[in-house]
Design a protein around this ligand. Structure first.
Ligand code: 8YV
Length: 333
């Protein structure tokens, strides 16, 4: 009997067809967001799931779905998955790193630029019809990128990509803070210099957050951290909601503690804090850092190849391409 798998969100049909070569597939063409109970119902009898950040895979779900053997997430981040609970139950977990690095670094850099140069704010102004004269001295003046200091918190693959763009493309001084310091060769390649967190906050003209979410990283940036930043500084978050205390950020933006914020991720998204929605000096986007057609297709393809391999089938049988835990699946074919 062919194993059954579940794809929780609508994906590219031509790529998803590959799954049907090996499995009976239940998918979600209408892209409905299922409640935890609905998800558990749909996972009954399924050996594998192609999941996304919208679904929480925790111990309670795993206990209710004992046949589940593989959780293959579409996304480099996997804070929606309790990896320890999966490992303890022999469930393979995979993610989709690398294929999204450059696209997401492009986006982080672009959001930072849009924020510093007030692009969205000016766009909104033009649309109101209130533009009657081309201003000179105080007309949407923002912060420079060229020659400014770029601060990066979290220096994984995407952080290093953003650093390279700043150092090589825009002549920025790039400083970073990370749990571990890069080695000299990596620092030279990224054009970035390690500093402590306080120095990063104090010296960055534009601070970009790219660290993974974990409970320990909750509210890494709150009122106290924002207070250390320059009043002219910008803050860009492409990491995860919850890394920033959104209420504290909204208050700081209103008070002029910092100049502006570019946010692609939010606490409790897709809900957005009302004070952030109301703040003129924000650029708010809908968690689209990796959203280029090529990259989203590559992410889906990688997640599908991981699922096939994790259930012991296909050319990579038993050896998922990008595993998160060390559970080794049985080979079936
Ligand atoms: C995904 C992301 O779109 O890769 C990640 O971690 O945040 C995004 O690229 C999101 O996770 C959807 O699952």
């Amino acid at each position: 009997m062919r194993p059954s798998v579940l794809a929780t969100r609508a994906t590219f049909p031509d790529i998803a067809d590959r799954l049907r070569q090996y499995f009976d597939v239940t998918d979600n063409p209408s892209d409905t967001i299922w409640s935890p109970t609905e998800l558990i119902e749909r996972l009954q009898g399924k050996s594998g799931v192609m999941s996304t950040g919208s679904e929480r895979i925790d111990a309670a779900l795993l206990d209710a779905c004992p046949e589940l053997k593989a959780v293959c997430n579409v996304g480099v981040g996997y804070n929606n998955i309790d990896v320890a609970a999966c490992t303890a139950r022999g469930v393979v977990v995979t993610n989709t790193p690398d294929v999204l690095t450059e696209t997401t670094a492009d986006y982080g850099f672009g959001l930072m630029m849009a924020t510093a140069r007030r692009i969205a704010e000016s766009d909104r102004f033009v649309r109101t019809g209130a533009w009657t004269k081309t201003g000179i001295h105080d007309h949407f003046v923002g912060g420079d990128i060229q020659g400014a200091t770029l601060g990066i918190l979290g220096m994984g693959r995407i952080g290093r990509g953003i650093a390279r763009r700043g150092a090589l493309g825009f002549g920025m001084r790039v400083i970073y803070h990370n749990r571990s310091k890069l080695d000299a060769a990596q620092e030279a390649e990224a054009g970035a210099q390690y500093v402590d967190k306080q120095t990063l906050l104090k010296e960055a003209d534009h601070l970009v957050l790219v660290l993974p979410y974990s409970p320990a990283a909750h509210h890494t940036i709150g009122a106290a951290e924002i207070a250390l930043m320059k009043p002219s500084a910008t803050l860009t978050n492409i990491a995860r909601g919850g890394i920033v205390d959104d209420a504290a950020l909204a208050a700081a933006l209103r008070a002029g503690t910092i100049a502006a914020a570019g946010l692609d991720v939010f606490e409790g998204e897709p809900k957005v804090h009302a004070d952030l929605l109301a703040a003129p000096n924000t650029v708010l986007t809908a968690h689209i850092g990796s959203a280029s057609v090529r990259t989203r297709r590559a992410m889906a393809a990688l997640a599908i190849d991981n699922l096939i391999a994790s259930l012991g089938y296909g050319p990579q049988a038993g050896a998922p391409l990008t595993p998160v835990n060390a559970v080794r699946p049985q080979v079936r074919s």
